[in-house]
Every structure is written in structure tokens, then in C-alpha cells.
Design a protein around this ligand. Structure first.
Ligand code: ARG
Length: 582
């Protein structure tokens, strides 16, 4: 791609000069080359002279002069001029012919535009969403679902074989308590009517009662033991709770348009735990401590890993070890991404350290994809008025209601059905985009006004821009069929040049967003592509010109088509629905 090609050539020349002068340059990936936003600074510009100057006793201007002198001796063919700008900036001017040609290349390979094959079909497992059954999915799970899905889509673009894995929290001592509670106070009809609500109430009641009646704790433990041992009644109850919870989760996934390849949860690994624990003991990796089994991790500056409690119950951590073993064996993945909130930081540090100890030869890269909290607009943890964490369905409902109000206001003459359909597309997209547009470890703020602002940094703004271009393209159908050549050389307007340069960065942005686990780069790219497009729309009338220069118009239409191509692909990755009208 254009920028990448040019960057390589500049880098090679600068590297040589740097070696000669014993300066250090950053690696290619870190080498700064900005796309200029204003023609007067050329097409690309670098600040490298400043970073070199920091290390040696020369001014940035002196350094820039030396670099420029050398590169001028073998100027890359795409560059017409190199210029020393104020204080040591170096600006590069391109021969426009290469930029125009770039658009032709993009348009000729439109279907593969943005994709690459660097993944070589290697497996990557993405562990995301992963809610706990019999409990409501909360806003943290929503973040995980949205970020995980975007990463899955990104890695698919790189040619990886992506395994979308929902690792349900469907095992653990809490299910003994839940079964006990159901046996004491449960009501089948209530659970059928609103499973998660009813189960949560039972579970809470059990905890309340336990305070006054310690016997209950034992009862819960017994019920879990029975469940583990395969007691039919308990197994059936557990299976039923699981199925009912899944049905409710599925409603949310359907609304969000999200599909998983696997729903393999904690319960699946229960059968492997005994032998795993035995082998840890045999290899003397784990040791007894006050009746429990632990693996000391002091050496790694981590708290000891508790593998088995004194009552022999296994833990979340133990099951994560069995899970990782299974994944290594069955998929030999290049990477496993765990998309889980910041608060499980220590847990994953322990899991990854243990994985290294247990499977030293395994090369899989393990990454905890952390993310921050969701705050309400008053900067509090997202909660209802009563202070409880708000349920996801409520959030989604609210999003749809709010966008319906906006749509009604904008398009009062549309039928209600049409308004509702649009409101849903806008709301779901806004919810996702708000989760993806800033770097994931930052807390995000939920401010409905801002999220649904047509002119802000929002998905609605992107959808609106997309619809605008689509209208032109629809109108231009006739012209497209007219017999005349596309003349790329006619694309000389500064905004046309800017737009082509921007487009040519799209494949790199996808790669970068995936490898840095940061869909926000793609989000920012789409926003700035939309900004340029809107400016273009306003300043350069297409199709409106009476003395239509067909060769030029056709080239402009190609440009618009390539913009929509990038938008469609970007939207698909981030989960934004493209709309023909808005
Ligand atoms: N169920 C867990 C929770 O809700 C998340 C599971 C994440 N994945 C994992 N392999 N531990 O907190």
C-alpha cells in the first residue's frame, strides 16, 4: 500500500544515514510518519529529527538537513520533493500520479481490500462474554461481548481461524446453594416464567438465611457434593437452570447480532479436574497447606494459587487450568485472548504463570484483554436508582427507546414500524461503538445525549455519512452505465487526494487494531474518513455540475465506492449496521 511502501523507502534511506552517523532510529513500526492534513505540509511528514536530537548534541534542524541531503541522492520515485520545515520537521511531497493510481488499485481489488493473510489460518481462541448462569448478564459482560466480537472480526480479516468461545460460568459450589434453595423454597412456574430473576432471588434468600442459620451452609455443600457425584435429581435441576439461563442470554445475543462457535463452560472440565490435581501433586508442583492444595507463586510475585479447598471442592482457577490444557491439546492455538474486566488481573496472571510451569514447551501467546468500567453520566458505576447494578436488558431497552425518540423527531412522517426498525439499528450500533471508540482499559461513560449525537464522534454520525454517499451512488447508476473512461488523473482536488491517502491506510489500520487488541484505532479511522467525506460532500458537488465532465465524475464515483467499501467492512468489524437512509 502507498504509505507503507513510501515509509519503507524513507526508512531504509534514513537507517543508512543513521548508521553512518551512529544515531539510533526506532524500529520500522515505531518510525513516525504522519499523513499531513494540510497540503502546505506536503503529503507525509516526520518528526524523527526531534527524537534523534534528544540523544545527541545536535539540533533537529541539523539532523534533518543531513537526512534530507542523503535521501535526495536516491529519491524514491513517488516523491517529488523533500523539504525541511520549521524547527526540523521533514515534509515529503508525492507525485499525485501515484496517489491516483492507488485508488485504481484499491478499486480493482475491492473485495480483498483491507484483508491480509498474515494469520496463515492459524487458530486463535477468543474467550468472551462468558456470563454466569442463574445470574443476570451485567454491563461488564456486555463490554466483553462487544470487544470480543470486534477482535474476532478483526482477526478474521487477518486470515486467522477464529474460534469464538463462550466459557459459561456454569459450575461451582454456588450451584449447591442454588439447588438447596430451590429445594427449600423454589417454585417451578416462577422459574419458568422469569428464570434468571427467580433463581437470583432464591440464591439471595439463601445467603440471607445463612446468616441466622449456619446449618444451611452445610446443606449447600452437601447438595454440591451430590451434584458432583452425579446425583440424578441435582443434575437435572442444574441442567434445567443452565438451559433456562442460556435461553435468556440468547435473547441478548440475538438482539446484538452475535454468534459463538462454542458454548463450552466450566462444567465441561469437571471430569478432568481429579487427574489434573493428581498430576500436580505427583509432580510436586502443588502442595498441601492447612488441608487445602496450593501452588506457591512467590517467585513470580503472585499470591499462591489455590487449587483445591480443604473440603476438596475445586475452584474457578483449577477449571481455568483444565480449560487451558484442553485448548492447547485440541487446537494448538497461536493465541488465546481472554476478554475479561480489569478486576481479574491477578487471576489471569496466575493462570498464565501456571500454564508456563505446566506446559513449558507450548508456544501459545496468552493475553488478558482487560477493560475498564462503565460509568453512568454522573461518573458512578452503572447502576439503577436503588444502587443495584443495572440489567443489560434494561440498558438495551433504554437505548432503543432513546433512539426512537430521536428518529421520531427527525422523521415524523415515517411509519412506526419503520421508525422502530431504524431505532433498533441505531441503538445497538451506538451501544457497541461507545464501547469501542476509546481504548478499552479506560472507563467509559454512558451519556445518552452524546452517544446519539448526529454530529459527534458517534456511530450515528458514521451511519449518516454512509447513507449520504449511498444516495449519491444510487443516483449515479445511470452515469455508471454510460460509456466513457474513468480518468483518475482528474482527481486533483486536495480533498480527493486526502481521501485516497486515507483509504490507502485502511489495511494497515485493521492490522494494527488487531495486533494491538485495540478496535478503537479502527473506530477513529472511520470517524476521520467520515469527516473528510462530509467535507468533500459539502465542498465538491458531484453530479450537480451542469457541464458534467464524465471522465472526472466517473473517477469521483469510484472514490465514493471505495469509501463505502471501507466503511462497510469497518462497520461489520465493529458491529455497526450500515443504513441506506436515516
Ligand atoms: N464467568 C466469568 C465471569 O463472569 C468470566 C470467565 C472468563 N473466562 C475465563 N476463561 N476465565 O466473571
Amino acid at each position: 500500500m502507498l504509505k507503507q511502501d513510501i515509509k519503507k523507502q524513507i526508512y531504509q534511506s534514513f537507517k543508512k544515514t543513521a548508521q553512518k552517523n551512529k544515531w539510533t532510529l526506532p524500529c520500522f513500526e515505531e518510525f513516525p510518519l504522519e499523513t499531513s492534513l494540510d497540503e502546505q505540509f506536503g503529503d507525509y511528514s516526520t518528526t524523527i529529527a526531534f527524537s534523534v536530537a534528544k540523544e545527541i548534541k545536535k539540533s533537529p534542524v541539523e539532523i534533518a538537513e543531513i537526512l534530507i541531503k542523503e535521501i535526495k541522492r536516491h529519491l524514491p520515485k513517488q516523491i517529488t520533493r523533500v523539504e525541511l520545515a520549521k524547527n526540523g520537521f521533514i515534509n515529503f511531497y508525492l507525485d499525485k500520479k501515484f496517489i491516483q493510481k492507488e485508488l485504481q488499485k484499491i478499486s480493482q481489488n475491492k473485495s480483498s481490500f483491507g484483508f491480509s493473510k498474515i494469520g496463515k489460518k492459524k487458530n486463535i481462541i477468543i474467550d468472551y462474554s462468558s456470563p454466569n448462569i442463574a445470574k443476570p448478564m451485567h454491563i461488564g459482560h456486555l463490554r466483553s461481548t462487544i470487544i470480543g466480537e470486534a477482535l474476532a472480526n478483526l482477526y478474521e480479516c487477518l486470515g486467522y481461524k477464529v474460534i469464538r468461545w463462550n466459557y459459561l460460568g456454569d459450575w461451582g459450589t454456588q450451584f449447591g446453594r442454588l439447588i438447596a434453595a430451590y429445594k427449600l423454597w423454589g417454585n417451578k412456574k416462577e422459574v419458568e416464567k422469569q428464570p434468571i430473576d427467580a433463581l437470583l432471588k432464591l440464591y439471595r434468600k439463601f445467603h440471607e438465611e445463612m446468616k441466622n442459620n449456619p446449618e444451611l451452609e452445610k446443606f449447600g455443600q452437601q447438595e454440591f457434593k451430590k451434584l458432583e457425584e452425579g446425583n440424578k435429581e441435582n443434575r437435572n435441576l442444574w441442567r434445567w437452570f443452565r438451559e433456562e439461563s442460556l435461553k435468556e442470554f440468547q435473547k441478548i445475543y440475538d438482539l446484538l447480532g452475535i454468534k459463538f462457535d462454542l458454548f463450552i463452560g466450566e462444567s465441561f472440565f469437571e471430569k478432568d479436574l481429579a487427574s489434573l490435581i493428581r498430576s500436580l501433586e505427583e509432580k510436586k508442583i502443588a502442595q498441601k497447606s492447612e488441608g487445602a492444595l496450593i501452588i506457591p507463586l512467590e517467585k513470580y510475585n503472585l499470591p499462591p494459587a489455590l487449587i483445591q479447598k480443604s473440603d476438596e471442592a475445586s475452584l474457578y482457577l483449577t477449571r481455568d487450568l483444565a480449560l487451558i490444557q484442553y485448548r492447547f491439546k485440541k487446537y494448538n492455538p497461536a493465541k488465546i485472548l481472554y476478554v475479561v474486566g480489569n478486576e481479574q488481573d491477578i487471576h489471569f496472571k496466575q493462570v498464565f504463570t501456571l500454564a508456563k510451569i505446566l506446559f513449558p514447551k507450548q508456544k501459545t501467546e496468552l493475553v488478558h484483554i482487560k477493560f475498564g468500567l462503565v460509568l453512568s453520566d454522573q461518573k458512578k458505576k452503572f447502576s439503577t436508582r436503588e444502587g443495584e447494578l443495572i440489567s443489560l436488558e434494561e440498558v438495551i431497552d433504554q437505548a432503543i427507546r432513546k433512539s426512537l425518540a430521536v428518529i421520531k423527531d427527525k422523521n415524523p412522517h415515517w411509519s412506526l414500524a419503520k421508525q422502530k426498525k431504524l431505532a433498533q439499528a441505531i441503538a445497538i450500533s451506538a451501544l457497541k461503538f461507545n464501547n469501542l471508540k476509546s481504548f478499552r482499559t479506560l472507563d467509559i461513560i454512558f451519556d445518552w445525549e452524546k452517544i446519539l449525537d448526529f454530529s459527534g464522534d458517534t456511530s450515528v454520525y458514521l451511519q449518516y455519512t454512509y447513507a449520504r454517499i449511498n444516495k449519491i451512488l444510487a443516483k449515479a447508476k445511470k452515469i455508471k452505465n454510460k460509456n466513457s473512461k474513468i480518468n483518475y488523473k482528474e482527481l486533483t482536488h486536495p480533498l480527493e487526494i486526502q481521501l485516497i491517502k486515507k483509504l490507502s491506510e485502511f489495511p494497515e489500520i485493521i492490522k494494527f487494531s488487531a495486533l494491538k487488541y485495540a478496535p478503537n484505532y479502527l473506530a477513529t479511522f472511520l470517524l476521520s474518513l467520515a469527516d473528510l467525506t462530509n467535507k468533500y460532500y459539502e465542498l465538491v458537488p458531484i453530479l450537480k455540475d451542469k457541464s458534467l465532465n464524465l471522465n472526472r465524475t466517473k473517477a469521483q464515483l469510484v472514490l465514493l465506492e471505495c469509501i463505502t467499501e471501507a466503511m462497510q467492512k469497518g462497520f461489520k468489524i465493529l458491529g455497526i449496521q450500515p443504513l441506506k437512509e436515516i
